[in-house]
Design a protein around this ligand. Structure first.
Ligand code: GDP
Length: 141
């Protein structure tokens, strides 16, 4: 039996500013990701810092949290077989200069920081990240 996995995606402020929400959601659905829950919201720099706490020691943390709190974002709880790894493939590499054709970052990212989309990097981070933005009752899908 194949098992469904859940992962969290964020359409980042740069992609929202480019009016790419619809295009990115269309690409997610076309690739078989089921949207369990979705919301558009703005987060504070403090909240961005909590979400990206694993990067607190990185030189780009301050700039990253400024960016992530610079405008609306769309958070999506996604479900699919192999959702975590396959969303990462569909996103493309962190630096869009290296991203493969057909990936979301290749088409929409501006640079290594303003790179259009976030996707959880492992099952454990997906659990933390989903619970950061969604309550259990919102994920009944
Ligand atoms: P991801 O899993 O591909 O999103 O990449 P990481 O987990 O390594 O980094 C998290 C986010 O921090 C990235 O998506 C970028 O927005 C940002 N970031 C990563 N590396 C850099 C960097 O070298 N410089 C800057 N300014 N931002 C970065």
């Amino acid at each position: 039996m194949k098992t469904l996995e859940r992962t969290l995606a964020i359409i980042k402020p740069d992609a929202v500013r480019k009016h790419a929400i619809g295009n990115i959601i269309e690409q997610l659905e076309r690739n078989g990701f089921h949207i369990l829950a979705m919301k558009i919201l703005e987060i504070s720099k403090h909240q961005a810092g909590q979400f990206y706490a694993v990067h607190a020691h990185r030189p780009f943390y301050n700039s990253l949290t400024d960016f992530m709190s610079s405008g609306p974002i769309v958070v999506l709880a996604l479900e699919r077989e192999n959702a975590v790894a396959d969303l990462r493939k569909l996103m493309g590499t962190t630096n869009p200069a290296d991203a493969a054709e057909g990936t979301i970052r290749k088409r929409w990212a501006t640079n290594i920081e303003q790179n259009a989309i976030h996707g959880s990097d492992a099952d454990e981070s997906a659990r933390f990240e989903l619970s950061y933005f969604f309550a259990g009752y919102e994920l009944t899908g």
